[in-house]
Ligand binder design. Structure first.
Ligand code: SF4
Ligand code: SF4
Length: 374
């Protein structure tokens, strides 16, 4: 654990005070614009290149209140949580939102946000669900349209040089997150799974240059923990999105070490970089089309392969398949994923949560039983 490390504390301060965090306030005080994004398939590089700060819209720590006024209660709790926050005016500082069309639920968030929360600028980015030559071209055309739309908003051209600069800063952030994350592969990792989750999520809600500085400081300060005579089982959590670390905390309180993940709010956010060796917009397109896929993408096999590689590299003893209630896309994938894991004798626990931080007490016994089995 790194409770006394200054850079970790500062990253946590930013995260815990979000969306009223210091770096967002400073950005706004300078008269600059902020664009909120929903879904990993929104290319932050293009938002940066337009001169705006991209920040991820995340949901609620507790009860989903007003989101249920407009979205039916059997819809993705994460998105209902995001809408609640919007309706409660927590995101009033945004100058616009960009949402990627991946699952249907995310499009309903977009519709409702646009109508009931309101934003000076809103954009729905269509994203292909399959990878082929034609979908690659289609995706590139969608990115050109997004670029044009952001140019209209800023009143300035997005140049190749600004795209390259944005790619570099985002790639540096990914590289630093990866370096920190790789420390979890060793014995006695210097961080807990909760800390790693906090670090990753901090990178989504503050300017990348400032986040990069703190990550570099953190890397210099981290040292392996003292070896424990009885280290807990090493776990991976695979699934959709967590907008807080409450579930990971519960798993670690039960005695496990969460050494890696396959989550939209975890490693899938930063694992793949943009190959900056060609037309920068095309390079961005290739990264977002070919990155470790969400369950919304077809086929799911690259993600299954990614999970197996992670299991090997991080010496994982068991996998928790984590799904949010009413998320058909992940529930559908879990059937094939579970079968493949069990065929390789990798123990699996499947959990379905109403919300990443609610009703966790009921799961404790199941997690403890799973850990005893490992
Ligand atoms: S889980 Fe998939 S669809 Fe949902 S926000 Fe993450 S990448 Fe987008
Ligand atoms: S958790 Fe499922 S329903 Fe919610 S945004 Fe992700 S894929 Fe869509």
């Amino acid at each position: 654990m790194v409770n006394s490390i200054d850079s970790m504390e500062r990253l946590r301060d930013e995260l815990n005070s979000f969306p009223q965090n210091e770096s967002i306030k400073k950005w706004k005080d300078q008269g600059e614009k902020i664009i909120g994004w929903v879904c990993n398939y929104v290319p932050e590089e293009i938002i940066y290149a337009a001169g705006f700060l991209p920040i991820r819209i995340i949901g609620h720590e507790g009860v989903i209140s007003r989101g249920d006024d407009y979205l039916q209660s059997n819809m993705c709790p994460y998105l209902r949580g995001c809408l609640s926050q919007g309706l409660e005016k927590k995101y009033d500082f945004l100058d616009g939102i960009i949402v990627a069309h991946t699952c249907d639920a995310v499009c309903r968030l977009y519709d409702n946000w646009r109508i009931y929360v309101g934003a000076p600028y809103s954009y729905l980015l269509d994203h292909p669900h399959k990878i082929s030559d034609s979908s690659q071209l289609y995706h590139y055309r969608q990115l050109e349209k997004l670029k044009k739309s952001l140019e209209d908003l800023s009143g300035q051209e997005i140049t190749e040089a600004s795209l390259v600069e944005a790619i570099d800063i985002c790639n540096e952030n990914r590289m630093l997150l990866k370096q920190i994350h790789r420390l979890m592969a060793g014995d006695n990792p210097p961080l807990s799974g909760v800390e790693v989750s906090d670090i990753i999520r901090s990178s989504m809600i503050m300017p990348k240059d400032q986040n990069n500085l703190l990550l570099k400081e953190l890397l210099a300060e981290l040292v392996p923990r003292k070896s424990s005579s009885n280290p807990g089982p090493r776990l991976m959590i695979s699934g959709s999105i967590m907008d807080n670390a409450a579930f990971i905390r519960l798993v670690e309180e039960c005695g496990a070490e969460v050494v890696t993940d396959d989550l939209c709010s975890g490693t899938r956010y930063f694992w793949d970089s943009v190959e900056n060796n060609q037309n920068p917009l095309a390079a961005i397109g290739l990264r977002y089309l070919n990155m470790v896929p969400c369950a919304c993408m077809e086929p799911p096999f690259p993600r299954f392969e990614y999970v197996f590689n992670m299991i090997e590299e991080y010496r994982v003893d068991g996998v928790i398949l984590y799904g949010l209630m009413f998320c058909d896309t992940f529930q559908y994938d879990f059937v094939g994923q579970r079968k493949r894991l069990e065929e390789k004798n990798i123990p699996v626990l499947e959990v379905e949560l109403e919300h990443p931080s609610l009703g966790l007490g009921q799961l404790k016994t199941r997690i403890q039983a799973f850990l005893e089995m490992l």
